[in-house]
Design a protein around this ligand. Structure first.
Ligand SMILES: O=C(O)CCC(=O)C(=O)O
Length: 269
């Protein structure tokens, strides 16, 4: 439904379930399941306490709140202003700080991850580029950050993937493995004259799982995989790094499920 209950019981799985031993395995797993994990050699050792301190300070000074959920009208429809669906940042605790070229924060860690991404990109045979590097952080507040609305990061049918690397313990993500296939299929059916409601009837009901990431694991998520940032842990910043890997220079985008279609959104809990 796109709006999450922090306390809902979910199946939890470790990201190592999706661990791939080489770049071509990562490409095929990403295409089949919409999620893959690679281990960058020695990445854990590169993430030192002083690097984390520096990253936390940078995030505190520069990070801005990111979306939490769509704004809905009393009938439950997305509020659109001048063609743009309106979003709320909720408590404003989930934040993002872009790391522009030349920024030295976490540069060793970033280089090590980007080397892994280069090999995955080469194995894919697509001229993708890793862009929009950012630090994500949960700012401690009165309550821990709540889970985001379910969304996909790229337009339905568009190829590309996003990358998340946990820099600290207690990082998890909600996701529906295999859902990229249904996002694409829903968009294809809709393009063939079906209403969005008819197209949504072919999509099986899916419950998102809670994927817990270990420090240093590189999570690859197909751009059409339904997912959401998870609830946070009290007092923890749970720093993580984030990239978009796409072939064109595309604006940073998000498609929350109720914005795509209320009927499609109902297929996911
Ligand atoms: O907060 C996170 O860990 C993930 C956030 C996310 O999925 C997004 O901003 O697209």
């Amino acid at each position: 439904m796109g709006f999450q209950d922090s306390n809902l019981e979910r199946q939890t799985c470790r990201a190592s379930l999706f661990l791939c031993t080489n770049a071509s395995e990562a490409v095929s797993t990403l295409s089949l399941l919409g999620v893959a994990v690679v281990q960058a050699p020695k990445l854990r050792a590169l993430i030192t306490a002083s690097e984390l301190d520096e990253a936390r300070t940078f995030a505190k000074e520069n990070a801005v709140p990111i979306f939490h959920e769509p704004v809905l009208d009393p009938q439950g429809r997305c509020v659109v202003v001048r063609g743009l669906a309106q979003v709320s940042v909720g408590s404003g605790q989930r934040r993002q700080a872009p790391l522009e070229a030349g920024n030295e924060v976490l540069c060793g860690t970033r280089r090590a991850v980007e080397k892994v991404l280069d090999s995955v990109i080469r194995a894919s045979g697509v001229p993708y580029k890793a862009r929009n590097t950012a630090i994500l952080v949960n700012m401690p507040g009165e309550k821990p950050v709540g889970p985001q609305a379910f969304h996909v990061d790229m337009a339905p049918g568009k190829d590309g993937f996003v990358v998340i690397v946990a820099l600290e313990p207690n990082v998890s993500l909600l996701l529906a493995p295999g859902s990229h296939v249904w996002v694409k299929e829903w968009a294809r059916l809709k393009g063939h004259g079906r209403t969005e409601e008819e197209a949504a009837t072919v999509v099986p009901q899916q419950q998102l799982v809670r994927l817990s990431l270990e420090v240093g694991q590189v999570l690859l998520l197909h751009g059409n995989t339904v997912h959401a940032g998870d609830r946070g842990v009290a007092g923890e910043h749970s720093l993580r790094l984030h990239w978009y890997v796409q072939s064109g220079r595309v604006a940073n985008t998000t498609y929350m499920l109720p914005m795509l279609s209320p009927h499609f959104a109902k297929r996911f809990v």
